[in-house]
Design a protein around this ligand. Structure first.
Ligand code: PGA
Length: 263
């Protein structure tokens, strides 16, 4: 795991957007695992801008989103399909037929999980998985006690998550209680994982994820088992880390970060 701390949210977003668009330039038919949430809105704005200004071509890119609320139609404005179209897909030249999000309306959730896993496998696996982090430490909707070996399946959302996402639905009570989500195991199979965490509300969970014990109570701590995982934070989200100087020295020293230090 590598931890990269950037001064502002904007700097953190720009770094992640650059890593992703560089990967798209290098492999035009890349398969991206995508995430949703407030943090990602800024990232998708930046990627859409880079598409426009730098002519980044997404025409051959395939994508798989982490999760979807159970019970929401793709046309529902709170569905993650709606979110992805609105925040990213409608703003870049991706072929929507190559974009995948688990169905929230397949009543057979076991079947839906199997279909989604098969589609990922057919695509040759995920080259890069993008992640946010929830206040429970979830990645996707892998709430506490998710098995580190889990695959795409239905999960019940934790009370903290219902409260975190309640504002989108009017209240925690109105928030869907369950979601389809890639498993921790699905995420760990990606070629590379990039987490973006910004803002002071994430400082506690980032410190626990990075410097605390590996535990199924914090699904994100499973990322220590991934051989190519980067966590990009702004200073506010990195605030409670104990070893910031060490992490900064890696970013300043490793030659692979040279092209990224001044962006
Ligand atoms: P947020 O959500 O970006 O809205 O904080 C992240 C998550 O819950 O994974």
């Amino acid at each position: 795991m590598e931890l990269i701390i950037r001064k502002t949210t904007q700097d953190a977003v720009k770094l992640v957007a650059t890593i992703i668009t560089d990967a798209v330039i290098e492999k035009p038919n890349i398969t991206l695992g995508l995430a949703t949430g407030g943090t990602m809105e800024k990232l998708y704005d930046k990627i859409a801008l880079m598409h426009k200004e730098e002519k980044i071509d997404f025409s051959l890119v395939k994508s798989f989103n982490l999760d979807e609320y159970i019970g929401l139609e793709p046309t529902d404005k709170n569905s993650y399909r709606f979110y992805m179209n609105h925040h990213l897909f409608d703003k870049i030249n991706i072929d929507k037929r190559n974009t995948h999000i688990p169905s929230g309306v397949n009543e057979d959730t076991l079947e839906e999980g199997e279909i989604y896993e098969a589609l990922i496998e057919e695509a040759g696996g995920l080259d890069i998985q993008l992640l946010g982090i929830g206040l429970t430490g979830h990645i996707g909707f892998n709430e506490p006690l998710s098995s580190f070996a889990s695959r795409t399946r239905a999960k019940t959302l934790a009370p903290t998550t219902l409260a975190q996402n309640g504002p989108y639905f009017g209240s925690a009570e109105k928030t869907p209680k369950r979601a389809m989500t890639m498993g921790v195991g699905t995420i760990l199979d990606a070629g590379m994982v990039i987490m973006l965490a910004t803002g002071a509300s994430k400082a506690d969970i980032i410190a626990k994820t990075v410097e605390g014990p590996i535990t199924p109570m914090i699904s994100a701590s499973a990322l220590h088992f991934h051989p190519n995982c980067i966590i990009v934070c702004d200073e506010a989200a990195a605030e409670k880390l104990q070893n910031k100087d060490y992490y900064n020295s890696i970013f300043e020293t490793d030659p692979k970060w040279e092209p990224y230090r001044n962006i």
